[in-house]
Design a protein around this ligand. Sequence first.
Ligand SMILES: O=C(O)CNC(=O)[C@H](CS)NC(=O)CCC(=O)C(=O)O
Length: 285
Amino acid sequence: MKAAKMPLAAIGQIRSTASLSHNLTQCENLVRKAAAAGADALFLPEASDYIASTPTQSLSLCQPLSTSPFVLGLQAAAKQHNISINVGVHEPSPSPSKLYNTLLWITPTGSITHTYRKLHLFDVDLSTGGSVSLRESASVVAGTGLTPPFPTPLGNMGMLICFDVRFPEASGALRARGAHVITYPSAFTVATGAAHWETLVRARAIETQCYVVAAAQVGVHDEEGKRESWGRGLIVDAWGTVVARLGGAEDEGEVAVAEVDLGLVERVRGGMVLRRREGVYGVVE
Ligand SMILES: O=C(O)CNC(=O)[C@H](CS)NC(=O)CCC(=O)C(=O)O
């Protein structure tokens, strides 16, 4: 008997700028490529709608999900190509001076069925391993909770964003609530990407025994050259093996695909049971 076809995941790599229409065109091209490759879902990076140069510009570009031409355009593309889309965007918050860093799940009918708002904000001032100074909290307000994993054609989906990858408690909680796949759309800096990106993504896959899908922004986002992202999107299986990978700037506008084998997830989990100990982790003497 022929084995049932496994679901196929695609990651897409883009270089968002402050032009929403340019970014939508890039993403629509990736939807076409992913659909042509037979993918069931396309995973796009964090902040696919735009990357601004200043907090003021970011606020001025932000639109409600229900009227954003970027979001509406991707909903239409999902429907046209009969594919699910996971995409990071900005979303207005109740505060007039802050927005949310939000992740959307769009179904092949074009509906937004699940959202997640980034919990951990990237406020850093680094001198080790390159100089990085970014203050996400200047324009972003953190979300207040995890989105429980939900069923998709690829298995139960857990959603997190970028800097969240440094907090294993978050991915661990999603695994405990039934995730088979965890997504981390990202815009890693070049300095921290070179030092940590692949190690962090693979570690989250290994310890949660989940597939991890990590689509990434790549290249220089602004004319002044102030923001540059590391790229190198990855799909990692539940054993920690990299099953799809994109490179740096040469892979702007590219997709990479991998099958999601839920049988592998079960075999990895059954063969190595990561049983938590009760009553010990909360206490450090
Ligand atoms: O600014 C936007 O609009 C989009 N958001 C981002 O690019 C965010 C916040 S500045 N970047 C990260 O979280 C990088 C994390 C990172 O690089 C690390 O953990 O090392």
